[in-house]
Design a protein around this ligand. Structure first.
Ligand code: BMA
Length: 831
C-alpha cells in the first residue's frame, strides 16, 4: 500500500436497520438494537406491559420461543478499503447463530461474552444482510436438564425445567425473590465495526506497582495485533503530555508490549467522604512511518488497595485498606435496574450512583445473579469514589463442571476481567453469591438425595470453578487484585461462626424471623448482606395495580412480592413493633418505617462495632421492576423511608446511644481521618419537652473509629418514669453546627404514649431554593412528607421532631409552592 494512504484503524457503531420476527412466522416488525425481544414486542404493541398486573404469567411464551433478528446495512468505502473488517458484538442474549449474507459468522452461547467475527471475506460492497437466530434457552438446554445425573438446584428458577445453571445468562431473568421471570433474548449491547490494515491496539491496560509520597510507579501494557513483522513506535500520554516513547519490533500476531513509567507527586484516588477520586487520562498510540495508526485512552485512578485478613484471637479481620488507611465500607448490594437491560438509560445510571454518593456510600456490591455491569456504571463509580465489590455471575445454585461449560466461563471471565481491570473503583473479584453457603448449610444434599459420589462430584466441580479457574484468570489478567471465592465464604456451623472471619450474610432477621435486636448480636467482620422488605410508595403500586387491586393481598399485589412469605413476614414484624394500620396507604408508610427501624438497628450496630466489623452493605439498593422488596429505592427511583434514614445512618459521624445491661452507652463513630472536638448533650425527656435528666460533655470525635464516649448505670434513673412516655435525645454540636443527633426509646413505637401533634409548617424561598419549616410543641415520632413522585426531593423525610424544634427541609422541586397549594405534597404525622 502506498504511504499516502490512510492506515488508521476505524472503530464505529454499526449503523443498520433492524427488524425481528417470531420463528415460523413471516411478519417482521421494526426492532431496536441494543434491545430485547420483550421491549420490541411492547414497542410494536404486540404485547401488554409485562410489569402491569399479572401480565408476567401471560407472557411466559416469549421465553419459550425462538426469535429472528435481521439487519440491513451498507459499509462506507473507508471501511471496505481496509484489509480486515470485524464485527464486534458486545452482548448477545444468549444462544445466537449469526449469519452475514448467509455465512455463519458467530455461534454464541454466553450473554456475558464479547463475540468478534472477521467478516472481511463475506462483506458485500452493496447491501449486507445480517440475520441472528436466537434460540430459547429452555429449548436448547431441556435435554441437558433431563439427562443431568443429579439435579442441580436453582430454587429461584421458576420453572419445572430448570436450565438457568446451564445457561450463561443473567440468573435473575429466570425469576428471583424480588424479580419476575422474563427469559429475554436479543442484541442487548451495541454492535461495532472495526476495520484496520496492518495493526491495531487490541487492549490497553495500566497497573500501579508502587506508590510513595513523591512518586507512583506504573506499567502500561499494550496488546497490539500485527499483520506482519514490522517496526512501530508506542507513545504514552497523560492528557496531552507525552510521557514515554518507545520503539518495538512487532511480529505477526499478538504482541504484548509494556512501558513502565512514573507519575511524580501523584494525586491519589479516594473514596466518597475521604477525598477526591482523582482521575488521570492516559492514552497510548501506535505510530508507523511517522503516522498515527491507532489510539486508545482510559481514565485511571492511582491508589493502593488491599483486603486485610489479619488473624486475631477470634478469627480474622476483613477490611479494605485504601492508600494505607483502613476504610469502613458503607453501601449496598446492587441488582440490575431493569428486567429489560438495554432500557436502563445513562440518566438512570447517573441517578443511582449519585444517590449512592448522597447517601455517603463508598461501596456497591454487584451481585452475582445479575450482570457484569455496563462501562457507564463503573465510570460513574470511578468518578464518585464508590468502590465495587464485583461478583462473578453465579448465584445460589450449583453449576456443571464439564469442560465445555468451563471453557465458556473461562472466556467470559477473561472478557470481563480485561474490560473492568482499569477501573480504580474495582476493589475485588468474588467467585459467586451464596453458592458455598448453599453447599454448607442449605441441606441440598438431603433434599436432592445426592449419593456420596454425586456430592463428591458437585463439590469437586465447585472447587474447580471457584478455587481454580476464576482465581487463575484474576491472577493472570488482573494480578494483585483480591479474589474471594464466595460471598459469604461461609462457615458450615452457621452465623455465629460466620461472624468471625470473612464476610457475612445475616438473614436471621427476615428469613429466620428473629427480632431486629438480633442484628446487635450477629455482627460479623464485614456484613455483605442483611435486609428487610417494605412496600413501595402508593404511586408505584398504582403504576402496576388497577385501583380494584390495591389492597393486601390481591392477586396483583401477590404477583408483585416474589418472596413466598413476604407479606406475612412484614406483618409479623409490624405487629411486634407498630400498631398495624387498616388503611392501605398508611400500611405502606408504616411498612417503610418498619424497614427503616430494622435497618437502623443493623447499621448502627455494625458501625459501633468497628474495627471488629469493617463493612455494612445492605440488601438491596434498587429494584428491577415495581415490587415489594428489600430495596431502599424502588424501580421508579422513589425513595422509601429507609433510604432517607441512610443519610444519617451512613453519615461520616454517627452518634449511637444504646441501653444495654442496664447501662446507657453512647458511642461516637467517625469515618473522618482527623480527630475533632465537639459538645455532646444527652437529655432524657418526655414527649412534651419536660426534661428529667441531662448531661453535657466536651468530647473528642475520634478519627476513623468507633468509641464508647459515655457509659452510665441507668436503671435507677429510668425507674422513676414510665418507659412509654420518655425518650433520650443526643446531639453532637461542632463549631455551632449540628454534627449528629439520635434518639433512644425504651419501648417499641406501638407502646409509646404519644401526644397528637399539631404540626405548623411554612414555605420559604431563599435564593431560588424552597425550604419547608416545620415545628410542633410536642414530640413527633415520624413526620412523613408525601409526594407522588418522591425521587429523593426532600433533604430529609420520615424524621422525628423534638418538642419546639424547628426543622428545616429543603425541597428540590421547581414548582414546590404550587405542588403544596394543590395538595400534592402532604405533611403526615404518625404517632
Ligand atoms: C440473598 C441474596 C439474594 C436474595 C436475597 C433476599 O440471599 O443473595 O439471593 O434475593 O438474599 O432473599
Amino acid at each position: 500500500m502506498s504511504e499516502t494512504k490512510d492506515h488508521r484503524v476505524i472503530h464505529v457503531p454499526l449503523q443498520a436497520k433492524w427488524s425481528f420476527h417470531q420463528d415460523g412466522h413471516k411478519k417482521a416488525y421494526p426492532a431496536q438494537v441494543p434491545g430485547t425481544v420483550h421491549t420490541d414486542l411492547l414497542r410494536n404493541k404486540l404485547i401488554p406491559d409485562p410489569f402491569y398486573g399479572t401480565n408476567e404469567t401471560r407472557l411466559q411464551w416469549i421465553g419459550k420461543t425462538d426469535w429472528w433478528y435481521k439487519a440491513r446495512f451498507r459499509l462506507p468505502d473507508s471501511i471496505l478499503e481496509r484489509k480486515h473488517i470485524e464485527l464486534v458484538f458486545k452482548g448477545l442474549d444468549t444462544y445466537a447463530a449469526v449469519r452475514l449474507n448467509g455465512h455463519l459468522i458467530v455461534k454464541a452461547d454466553n450473554m456475558f461474552r464479547t463475540w468478534k467475527a472477521d467478516i472481511t471475506q463475506w462483506v458485500s460492497r452493496k447491501e449486507n444482510i445480517l440475520t441472528i437466530l436466537f434460540r430459547s434457552p429452555l429449548e436448547v438446554n431441556k435435554k441437558r436438564f433431563e439427562e443431568q445425573p443429579y439435579p442441580l438446584p436453582a430454587d429461584n428458577d421458576r420453572s419445572k425445567i430448570k436450565v438457568s445453571v446451564f445457561t450463561r445468562k443473567a440468573a435473575y431473568q429466570f425469576g428471583w425473590d424480588w424479580g419476575p421471570r422474563f427469559v429475554t433474548c436479543g442484541v442487548w449491547r451495541p454492535v461495532d465495526v472495526v476495520a484496520w490494515n496492518d495493526e491495531k491496539i487490541n487492549d490497553f491496560s495500566l497497573r500501579t506497582q508502587k506508590i510513595t509520597k513523591t512518586n507512583a510507579r506504573l506499567n502500561a501494557q499494550v496488546e497490539v495485533l500485527a499483520d506482519q513483522d514490522e517496526n512501530i513506535t508506542l507513545r504514552l500520554f497523560a492528557e496531552k503530555y507525552l510521557l514515554e516513547k518507545k520503539s518495538f519490533s512487532l511480529h505477526k500476531g499478538i504482541n504484548r508490549l509494556s512501558i513502565p513509567f512514573n507519575v511524580r507527586h501523584p494525586h491519589l484516588w479516594w473514596t466518597n467522604g475521604l477525598g477526591k477520586p482523582y482521575l488521570y487520562r492516559f492514552s497510548v498510540d501506535v505510530v508507523k512511518n511517522g503516522k498515527r495508526v491507532d489510539k486508545k485512552s482510559l481514565r485511571y485512578g492511582i491508589r493502593s488497595l488491599q483486603i486485610v485478613q489479619k488473624p486475631d484471637s477470634a478469627g480474622s479481620s476483613f477490611y479494605v485498606k485504601l492508600n494505607g488507611v483502613p476504610v469502613f465500607m458503607k453501601g449496598a448490594n446492587y441488582i440490575p435496574q431493569d428486567n429489560f437491560l438495554p432500557r436502563v438509560s445513562r440518566e438512570k445510571y447517573r441517578e443511582v450512583i449519585h444517590t449512592a454518593k448522597r447517601l455517603h456510600m463508598n461501596m456497591l456490591r454487584v451481585w452475582g445473579g445479575g450482570i457484569y455491569e455496563n462501562d457507564e456504571f463503573y465510570n460513574l463509580c470511578d468518578e464518585n469514589g464508590i468502590l465495587v465489590w464485583q461478583d462473578f455471575m453465579f448465584a445460589c445454585s450449583f453449576y456443571p463442571g464439564d469442560s465445555a461449560f468451563l471453557n465458556n466461563v473461562k472466556q467470559e471471565a477473561i472478557d470481563n476481567v480485561k474490560r473492568l481491570r482499569n477501573h480504580p473503583c474495582l476493589a475485588l473479584w468474588c467467585g459467586n453469591n451464596e453458592v458455598r453457603v448453599a453447599w454448607d448449610r442449605w441441606g441440598y444434599q438431603k433434599k436432592y438425595h445426592y449419593s456420596p459420589a454425586d456430592s463428591a462430584k458437585i463439590f469437586h466441580d465447585y472447587l474447580k470453578l471457584f478455587h481454580q479457574l476464576l482465581p487463575g484468570i484474576v491472577h493472570q489478567y488482573d494480578s494483585g487484585r483480591f479474589y474471594w471465592p464466595s460471598s459469604p465464604n461461609s462457615a458450615p456451623k452457621g452465623w455465629a461462626q460466620e461472624a468471625l472471619t470473612g464476610d457475612m450474610h445475616y438473614w436471621g432477621v427476615w428469613w429466620g424471623r428473629q427480632p431486629f435486636s438480633a442484628y446487635e448480636k450477629y455482627v460479623g467482620r464485614f456484613m455483605s448482606e442483611y435486609g428487610f422488605q417494605s412496600l413501595p410508595d402508593y404511586s408505584t403500586i398504582a403504576a402496576f395495580a388497577p385501583d380494584t387491586s390495591r389492597y393486601l393481598v390481591s392477586p396483583v399485589m401477590r404477583a408483585h412480592n416474589k418472596h413466598p412469605a413476604g407479606y406475612e413476614i412484614i406483618r409479623q414484624y409490624m405487629e411486634r413493633d407498630f400498631r398495624v394500620p387498616k388503611n392501605f396507604k398508611r400500611y405502606i408508610v408504616v411498612s417503610q418505617l418498619l424497614q427503616a427501624e430494622g435497618m437502623k438497628t443493623a447499621i448502627e450496630a455494625h458501625r459501633r462495632a468497628r474495627p471488629w466489623c469493617m463493612g455494612s452493605l445492605y440488601w438491596q439498593l434498587d429494584d428491577c421492576w415495581p415490587v415489594v422488596s428489600w430495596s431502599g429505592m424502588d424501580y421508579y427511583g422513589r425513595w422509601k423511608a429507609f433510604q432517607y434514614r441512610l443519610q444519617k445512618l451512613f453519615a461520616p459521624v454517627l452518634v449511637s446511644p444504646v441501653y444495654e445491661q442496664k447501662h446507657l452507652k453512647v458511642y461516637l463513630v467517625s469515618d473522618r481521618l482527623q480527630e475533632g472536638r465537639a459538645r455532646m448533650k444527652i437529655v432524657l425527656e418526655d414527649f412534651y419537652g419536660k426534661k428529667f435528666w441531662q448531661k453535657t460533655l466536651h468530647v473528642s470525635v475520634p478519627a476513623n473509629t468507633s468509641r464508647l464516649i459515655y457509659s452510665k448505670s441507668f436503671e435507677k434513673i429510668l425507674q422513676h418514669y414510665d418507659k412509654n412516655k420518655i425518650f433520650l435525645h443526643v446531639e453532637v454540636v461542632q463549631d455551632d453546627s449540628l454534627l449528629a443527633e439520635n434518639n433512644l426509646f425504651f419501648a417499641p413505637p406501638k407502646a409509646l404514649v404519644l401526644p397528637k401533634p399539631k404540626i405548623k409548617y411554612t414555605l420559604h424561598k431563599i435564593h431560588g431554593q424552597t425550604f419547608l419549616l416545620l415545628s410542633a410543641p410536642v414530640f413527633v415520632k415520624y413526620v412523613a412528607l408525601l409526594y407522588p413522585d418522591d425521587t429523593g426531593i426532600f433533604s430529609d423525610n420520615y424524621f422525628s421532631m423534638s418538642p419546639g424544634q424547628v426543622k428545616t427541609v429543603r425541597i428540590d422541586l421547581k414548582d414546590a409552592e404550587s405542588q403544596f397549594k394543590q395538595g400534592k405534597i402532604k405533611v403526615m404525622p404518625l404517632y
